[in-house]
Design a protein around this ligand. Structure first.
Ligand SMILES: Cc1cc2nc3c(=O)[nH]c(=O)nc-3n(C[C@H](O)[C@H](O)[C@H](O)COP(=O)(O)OP(=O)(O)OC[C@H]3O[C@@H](n4cnc5c(N)ncnc54)[C@H](O)[C@@H]3O)c2cc1C
Length: 388
């Protein structure tokens, strides 16, 4: 018996879930098969994400994707309910606080102009107001801060499960097998072959393999700039407690920290080589992160690290933005990857956009053509200044 689908999605993370859900919701009548190599999602990016959701970006496409996704997340529990059972995702809006110095103030002033023109409000505070807002901070070397009150974070694993369960209920098939390669013939996609040698036919194959998507694409000699990049997050407990809930706070150095119930989660995007590396290095915390934290607040002087984890960004080293669209010289081959640390928050919009492109051949809700695969060849890169 020939095994076939109308659309095959390789990778079963949040991008696959959002795409499949949106296709079904938008009335697609073809069959959809999602191939996922790791049923437990142990190393997938989505469950290892921090789940941050913000609207502070400097490009129109990213702001519009944020606005769309924010609306989806606000209503996610109801939208993904099954048989009246809501899908809890623990969406907490504790806000994002960007601490500014002389170098970053002008960058944020420009970002705020663009945001405001698109209807996203954030509050610019001077040094005194920043201190009043967050009394435990050392603001001596700061000019102020920007606070985005609507931003926050949700539980990525619950969101992933929400999409998966809903997509399955709507008729999407999940196959827990690793795709070995995509099959092509005369510049057209024909299907995939799994690691156990089975061929599945499909005229459309979507590469949603997250940090593995660059490697998968290479198998059909198509280069897409996506690399696995390790990011480490540490969970800490301070002896001296903070008075208020800690928003998702970005230091001008790039380090960030946020309250997570009684703990604090801290991360910093340090320079590491690309690779499938999941090590958590305590020495990185002790030697590099801790001194910056202790400078920012006396409360961080005494603390203990009581956990943490590392995960992989689906990192696009060329312009650090998503790649969404069909490949110009391989009919039926689509990519949804390269989100470089903002995939969780953009997944609802990304899935909606690619659903439109596959069904209608064009974007309708948000024009995402700036994020096309072609932009690397034509050098029309997306220059986003708000990437952390
Ligand atoms: C530490 C960390 C913090 C982050 N914080 C944030 C944040 O605060 N906000 C935000 O917006 N984003 C954040 N991100 C980014 C976000 O998590 C990712 O952009 C997003 O989860 C990518 O989703 P995905 O579905 O493309 O990838 P994944 O979730 O990795 O899914 C891809 C799936 O493909 C499967 N797969 C790969 N190859 C094959 C194959 N050949 N056959 C079958 N299956 C295959 C993998 O097993 C995997 O499950 C963070 C990421 C990390 C690592």
């Amino acid at each position: 018996m020939t095994k076939k689908f109308d659309v095959i999605i390789v990778g079963g993370g949040i991008m696959a879930g959002s795409l499949a859900y949106n296709l079904m919701k938008d009335g697609y009548t073809g069959s959809i098969g999602i191939f996922e190599k790791d049923r437990a999602y142990e190393y997938s990016s989505t469950p290892r994400s921090e789940g941050g959701i913000r609207q502070t970006f400097s490009t129109e496409v990213n702001i519009k994707m944020s606005q769309y996704s924010y609306r989806v997340y606000k209503n996610f529990e109801e939208e993904m309910a099954i048989d009246g059972e809501p899908c809890h995702i623990d969406f907490r809006q504790d806000g994002y606080l960007y601490l500014l110095n002389d170098r970053t103030l002008p960058i944020f002033k420009d970002i705020m102009k663009i945001q405001e023109s698109l209807g996203v409000q954030a509050n610019l505070m001077d040094q005194r107001e920043t201190k009043d807002f967050f009394p435990e901070l050392n603001v001596e070397d700061l000019t102020g801060a920007v606070f985005d009150p609507d931003a926050g974070n949700a539980d990525p694993y619950s969101v992933l499960q929400g999409y998966i369960k809903k997509a399955r209920q709507m008729g999407v098939t999940f196959i827990y097998e690793e795709v070995d390669t995509i099959v092509t013939e005369q510049q057209k996609v024909k299907g995939v072959i799994t690691k156990n040698g089975e061929m599945y036919h499909a005229p459309i194959v979507v590469n949603a393999a997250g940090p593995w998507s660059g490697e998968l694409s290479k198998k059909i000699d198509i280069d897409i700039p996506v690399q696995p990049l390790r990011r480490q997050l540490f969970s800490i407990d301070t002896t001296m407690k903070f008075q208020n809930t800690i928003p998702f706070t970005f230091d001008p150095t790039g380090l960030h920290f946020r309250g997570e119930r009684s703990k604090i989660v801290v991360g910093w995007a340090n320079d590491v080589p690309f690779g499938y590396d999941f090590r958590l290095e305590k020495s990185f915390f002790e030697e590099e992160i801790w001194p910056v934290l202790a400078h920012r607040s006396l409360n961080f002087e005494q603390l203990k690290v009581d956990g943490g984890w590392a995960g992989l960004y689906d990192y696009n080293p060329v312009d650090h933005n998503a790649i969404i669209g069909g490949h110009p010289s391989m009919a039926g081959y689509y990519v949804i990857s390269g989100f470089s640390g903002h995939g969780f928050q953009h997944a609802p919009a990304a899935g909606k956009g690619l659903s439109e492109l596959i069904r209608l051949g064009k974007f309708e809700t948000i024009d995402m053509s700036a994020l096309s695969v072609e932009r690397f060849a034509t050098k029309n890169l997306v220059l986003e200044t708000a990437v952390f």
